[in-house]
Design a protein around this ligand. Structure first.
Ligand code: SAH
Ligand code: ZN
Ligand code: ZN
Ligand code: ZN
Ligand code: ZN
Length: 498
């Protein structure tokens, strides 16, 4: 896989993720190995580095913190170890599987799901959950086939929000992949696609497809066997099930006797951690490549990475062979990310892929058309610019060519003669291009400030806007027990990444 990863990566938020090289081992939190962060400092001395959780951007979910050069006492290591143990799921995957068997054998009117514990209850457990909410009674077989409709979507806004595909988007994805002849889909953070594939197989009308779901949401282990689901963290490529789970992925990626073609579809949380994600996806691709026997070793693993369009530069930096498609992915439970038709807001979420764009036919009914010059399907309003020789629009609206800048811009942008460039009418005129500082600190989009960010947690405290004092991270030694001010501020900065 042609992935461009340097040791150090600026994600543009004043905080960098440093990918570890060689044998350096990061300490582990309940979510597997932590990531090494570095507070970026302009020109001055190097920011102090620290380890923090890879999966949780909110300290409330995982407050792991350790300076890179910190000496950790034996007692603290032991405490950490027992903390990690205590965060493990109630049951092992194997146990969940046998519970599922019992559950399925019950009559529908005997089946109970505890909504507070997100647990399918076996008969003897009911008493213990009596005071808990369980509105979903009489669980049908059909519902068991669609766990994403049964489980409440995780709502943690900063790290774990689950945005489920609409039928429109999930069927589009599945039909496209089936149409391209893929028989195996590696679903990374796409439980709804996974369940749709299984449903389609049950209908028996088309050639069956295999699907393996990798997700951090362990509730899904209740519904799927060990060859269909792995508890996985896509920010550090960590398999909670250890070697046995890795072997499941290996077996899935291998060609097998029938040479079924495999594609990965990932829909990660929309944080700013592009590089760690790319790192994990290229690990998957490398595994795939090492298992290739028939095809040349120069081939890339087919992949689709679903992410907002303003991450395009950063994704292409990691995966130069990827192309961003115009298709707007939309979600059932996301108030902002709806499809553009019928007056709803347009979704900024797109497909990034190394599949040939001309082969991914975007639905005509939704206004997409084929651009023969670009050799890809584009949004109805994305007009081909003869001067730029591309269909330039990223957001689905018609963009406008500026002859001075020799580039196309969003319709709202105007050429500013004093700045000598195109900008929003209310741009801070006369100030030179501020580079990274200009865009949104939250999502990285250059189009708006953090305050206007559609991805922002509306409740996020205004406190997080006050930036850590310059250099303070270097001055204060961390206190051993309570988190030091510097540590807290450093960690808070990682929260901005999402
Ligand atoms: N649109 C998808 C869901 C995307 S939401 C669908 O409809 O199937 C993001 C998904 O990634 C969720 O399923 C969530 O549980 C999972 N996820 C979040 N953080 C993760 C992590 N660190 N590692 C693996 N999966 C993660
Ligand atoms: Zn953690
Ligand atoms: Zn074009
Ligand atoms: Zn142009
Ligand atoms: Zn201009």
């Amino acid at each position: 896989m042609d992935v461009q990863l340097n040791g150090k990566n600026d994600d543009g938020f004043g905080i960098e993720v440093v990918l570890l090289e060689g044998d350096t081992k990061a300490p582990s939190c309940p979510h597997g190995p932590t990531l090494l962060f570095e507070k970026a400092s302009k020109g001055e001395e190097k920011g102090r580095r620290f380890y923090a959780c890879s999966a949780c951007r909110d300290r409330k979910d995982c407050n792991f913190f350790q300076w890179e050069d910190e000496k950790v006492s034996e007692t603290r290591l032991l405490a950490r170890e027992s903390e990690n143990q205590s965060k493990k799921p109630l049951f092992t995957h194997r146990q969940y599987c046998s519970r599922f068997k019992v559950f399925k054998s019950l009559r529908e009117d005997q089946r109970r799901l505890c909504q507070e514990c997100d647990l399918l209850l076996v008969p003897e457990e009911r008493g213990a959950h009596i005071g808990h909410k369980a509105p979903a009674d009489d669980i049908t077989d059909a519902q068991l086939q669609r766990p994403s409709t049964l489980l409440r979507p995780l709502e943690n806004k900063k790290s774990n929000a689950q945005y489920l595909f609409t039928d429109r988007s999930s069927h589009f994805l599945l039909d496209t992949l089936a149409g391209r002849g893929f028989q195996k889909v590696l679903c990374v953070g796409t439980p709804r696609l996974h369940e749709l594939i299984k449903q389609r197989n049950l209908e028996g009308k088309s050639k069956p497809m295999k699907s393996l779901l990798l997700d951090i949401d362990f509730r899904y282990a209740q519904f799927y066997g060990q060859d269909e689901f792995c508890h996985y963290n896509m920010f550090n490529h960590h398999f909670f099930g250890g070697e046995a789970a890795r072997a499941v992925l290996q077996a899935f990626l291998g060609e097998g006797a029938d040479g079924e073609r495999v594609v990965m579809v990932a829909d990660p949380p929309f944080g700013g951690l592009v590089k760690p994600l790319a790192n994990s996806f290229s690990s998957i691709a490398n595994t795939w490549q090492s298992l290739q026997t028939t095809g040349g070793s120069d081939k890339e693993m087919p992949m689709i990475w679903i992410f907002p369009y303003f991450f395009e530069p950063r994704i292409l930096e990691c995966f130069p062979s990827f192309v961003m498609l115009d298709y707007q992915v939309d979600y059932d439970n996301h108030p902002l990310y709806k499809h553009g038709k019928t007056g709803r807001k347009q979704s900024p979420v797109r497909l990034f892929t190394n599949l040939a764009p001309r082969d991914i036919v975007l639905p005509k009914e939704e206004g997409y058309r084929f651009c023969a010059m670009c050799q890809r399907y584009v949004s109805s309003q994305n007009r081909h610019c003869s001067q730029c020789n591309v269909c330039p629009s990223k957001d689905g609206r018609e963009w406008r060519h500026c002859s001075e800048c020799q580039k196309c811009f969003k319709p709202s942008w105007r050429h500013c003669t004093s700045c000598g460039r195109c900008a929003l009418p209310d741009h801070p005129c006369g100030r030179s291009q501020g580079g990274k500082q200009e865009g949104c600190f939250n999502c990285g989009s250059p189009a708006h400030k953090r305050r206007a960010c559609p991805l922002a947690d509306a409740q996020r405290s205004h406190k997080s806007k006050t930036k850590a004092k310059k250099g303070s991270a270097n001055q204060r030694p961390p206190k051993p027990k309570r988190m030091s001010g510097a540590a807290r501020r450093a960690l808070k900065k990682t929260a901005l990444v999402t």
